[in-house]
Ligand binder design. Structure first.
Ligand SMILES: NC(=O)C1=CN([C@@H]2O[C@H](COP(=O)(O)OP(=O)(O)OC[C@H]3O[C@@H](n4cnc5c(N)ncnc54)[C@H](OP(=O)(O)O)[C@@H]3O)[C@@H](O)[C@H]2O)C=CC1
Ligand SMILES: O=C(O)C1=N[C@H](C(=O)O)C[C@H](O)C1
Length: 226
């Protein structure tokens, strides 16, 4: 995701990337023309308006801390965060603008609303969330699966069952199934290119960079017609 963000940001004239951060050791001083900072070097990063984080749970805390210390906005898509890390986002949102979303695609934002409405309309139906991703993905169920399950739980009062498949280079597929005797409803989102997530995160960053402190939902920020 970091590579997609750098590539797509370079194509735009309305934003510029001032630094990249990762765990790479030894630190690669420049990545795609952008100054790179490795673990332990983040405090030396230049001034910025908003940070975009697509790391891993073990890389998230220093980025949140830097944004909070400098009073700058954060857009994060890192999944598999702990409840303590989610609570830290809520705390930080008292002083900075924060967006965290398990999925930055428009399609999943629409699917989430459909799932919420279907669950509310189909009380007593069985509900399962099946997700499939590439074999490099470390967390399961996916953040999107948990997000869709939470939307279903609003309408049905309990979380669905989850199933995870890891195979090949699947970008990200999520199927929410509602089943009752004699019929079955399946709502499916299939991502075929990871750029959709990076584009969504860049748009969110542009919108939240100078917002007042608070935790902003992706739909309220990006898809007000939903
Ligand atoms: N919300 C959304 O729309 C989406 C969310 N995701 C989520 O984004 C995250 C990243 O996904 P992906 O890009 O595929 O994963 P990768 O493993 O390809 O990239 C993870 C990045 O985090 C860096 N990193 C890992 N640990 C640390 C650390 N301790 N300190 C600093 N940097 C660290 C890695 O550094 P290095 O390069 O040096 O290894 C790497 O640059 C996952 O949680 C995934 O679920 C993914 C796609 C869409
Ligand atoms: O790791 C990925 O690739 C993805 N992770 C996110 C998730 O955990 O839901 C979003 C997307 O499905 C791709």
């Amino acid at each position: 995701m970091g590579q997609a963000l750098l590539r797509l940001a370079a194509e735009r004239g309305d934003l510029s990337v001032v630094a990249a951060y990762s765990r790479s050791q030894p630190p690669q001083r420049v990545i795609d023309g952008v100054p790179h900072f490795a673990v332990g070097e983040l405090s030396g990063a230049p001034e910025f308006d908003v940070a975009i984080d697509f790391s891993l749970p073990q890389g998230f805390d220093p980025v949140l801390a830097l944004c909070a210390a400098r009073g700058k906005a954060l857009v994060s898509g890192t999944t598999g965060l702990s409840s303590a890390q989610n609570a830290a986002i809520n705390d930080a949102a008292n002083g900075i603008a924060v967006v965290w979303a398990a999925n930055y695609s428009l399609g999943v934002a629409v699917l989430t609303e459909l799932v919420r409405r279907a669950a509310a309309a189909l009380p007593g139906w069985d509900c399962d969330v099946v997700e499939a991703h590439h074999t490099r993905k470390l967390d399961a169920p996916s953040g999107t699966a948990l997000h869709l399950g939470a939307a279903a739980a609003i309408g049905r009062g309990e979380e669905p069952h989850y199933a995870s498949l890891r195979a090949g280079d699947i970008v990200g597929e999520h199927t929410v199934q509602f089943a009752a005797a004699g019929e079955r409803l399946e709502l499916i989102h299939r991502a075929t290119n990871r750029d959709i997530f990076a584009r969504g995160a860049l748009e969110a960053a542009l919108r939240v960079a100078h917002q007042a402190p608070g935790r902003y939902g992706l739909a309220e920020l990006m898809f007000p017609n939903l």
